[in-house]
Structures are given as structure tokens and as C-alpha cells.
Design a protein around this ligand. Structure first.
Ligand code: CA
Length: 229
């Protein structure tokens, strides 16, 4: 039986597209490449891929628009591949429903790591693990108990909500807006100060050296990402 994973790559720069194709092919993927947004959308509907790799700057369509369209009919993980380092674009891609982003230039191992994380998340939703465990940090979601090297860490209600949100989606960047909305609701202030303050408290409790966190990483200008189990 052929159980190969399928990837659709939407990227107008041919050398980058074939670079990605060769990486994926060497990992056993079936790949389909599109050089425009229109072609890409039709490949996604006809091939039902397991993963979508999407460049934001396409000749006929903004990549963000593609994410919006794709999310109307499928949860297939989307990893944005972009030369642009502008943070607003990463943020809007994630907020539109992209799972992750990778900035050019990137290497094969980084790309594959991102893909594996995105695929794990897409399969995990239905079988939520009751425990997050990574290094010395253990979060028991049923008991709402957080321990570090066996010692209980006392978190406030909000701090616990933040940590468990990030841990439930470990490996994935959660944007400041997303976190604000999840915790403080849709009418929360767009100012992230309260989020930063809570994160500083969490790090003081959870990280050996809050300046060089081991568990919750800052993606500058975008959000936070929790270390994967
Ligand atoms: Ca491009």
C-alpha cells in the first residue's frame, strides 16, 4: 500500500520550489508544485494534500488571501515560506490560520522539523494528551498542576491559562492577538502590556534563567512558542 504523504508547494521562484521539492521527495513525499495562487488553489482542491507550503509573495494573488480561501474548506496545515521578514505579515498569516512560517533562506532540517510539528498538531486535536512533559517541566491538564524538576509551581489562574494554551499547542507560535483574545476575550485591549507582564511572572517562576528561556520562547513581534515535548 502506498501511504506517502502529499505536499502542495505554492512558490513562484522556481529554484526555491525545486529545492523544497527535492527535500520532500528525499523524505518520501509526493509533491505538486504551483507557481501562481490560482494554480495552487486548484491543486489543493484536486490533490487534498497533507501539508501546504505557501509563499506569500505570488504574482497573481496575495498569499494571505490564499490562506483565507483554503481555511474556508480545510484544516490542512499551512506553512508559510517567505522571504519577507516583516512581522505584520507573519502575524496576519498566523491569524488567518497558517500553522507556522519559515523565513528564507532555510535549510532542509529546519523545513522538515516545521513540517513534522505541523502534521503532529493536525493529528493531535482529537486525542488531546492529558499531560505535557518536556525536560523537567510537567503540566497535568486534568489536575491543573505544573511541576518543574518535581517541585510544584504556583501559578495564578491567568498564568496557568497562558501556560496551558501554549503547552497544548507546543511547537506552534501563538500570536499576541490570539492569546489576548483567548484569555481576556474579544474586547481585550490591543495593547499587549498585560500579556507581557504575565509572561514575565511565568518566566520568573518557571525558567531557571528568565532571560534565556528553556520552555517558552519569544518570537519577536509575533508571539510565543512553547518548546515541543
Ligand atoms: Ca515569491
Amino acid at each position: 500500500m502506498n501511504q506517502r504523504l502529499t505536499a502542495v508547494i505554492i512558490e513562484d521562484e522556481k529554484n526555491i520550489s525545486s529545492f523544497i521539492e527535492s527535500i520532500l521527495a528525499s523524505e518520501g513525499y509526493r509533491t505538486f508544485a504551483a507557481f501562481t495562487g490560482t494554480e495552487g488553489l486548484s491543486l489543493i482542491t484536486s490533490r487534498c494534500p497533507d501539508i501546504i507550503l505557501l509563499d506569500l509573495g505570488l504574482p497573481d494573488m496575495d498569499g494571505i488571501k490564499i490562506i483565507e480561501k483554503v481555511r474556508q474548506f480545510t484544516h490542512t496545515p499551512i506553512i508559510v515560506i517567505s522571504a519577507r521578514t516583516r512581522e505584520e505579515e507573519k502575524v496576519s498569516a498566523l491569524d488567518q490560520g497558517a500553522d507556522d512560517y519559515i523565513t528564507k533562506p532555510f535549510g532542509a532540517s529546519e523545513l522538515m522539523a516545521r513540517i513534522r510539528t505541523a502534521l503532529r498538531h493536525s493529528h493531535r486535536d482529537s486525542t488531546l494528551s492529558p499531560v505535557y512533559s518536556c525536560g523537567g517541566l510537567v503540566i497535568d491538564f486534568e489536575k491543573r498542576l505544573v511541576t518543574l524538576d518535581g517541585q510544584v509551581i504556583h501559578l495564578t489562574q491567568i498564568e496557568y491559562k497562558l501556560v496551558s494554551l501554549l503547552a497544548r499547542q507546543a511547537g506552534k507560535v501563538l500570536t499576541y492577538d490570539y492569546l489576548m483574545q483567548q484569555i481576556w476575550g474579544p474586547y481585550s485591549d490591543s495593547n499587549n502590556q498585560i500579556l507581557r507582564v504575565n509572561m514575565a511572572h511565568i518566566r520568573r517562576k518557571m525558567e531557571k534563567n528568565p532571560a534565556e528561556p528553556e520552555y517558552i520562547f519569544t518570537e519577536i513581534g509575533v508571539g510565543y512558542r512553547m518548546r515541543e515535548e
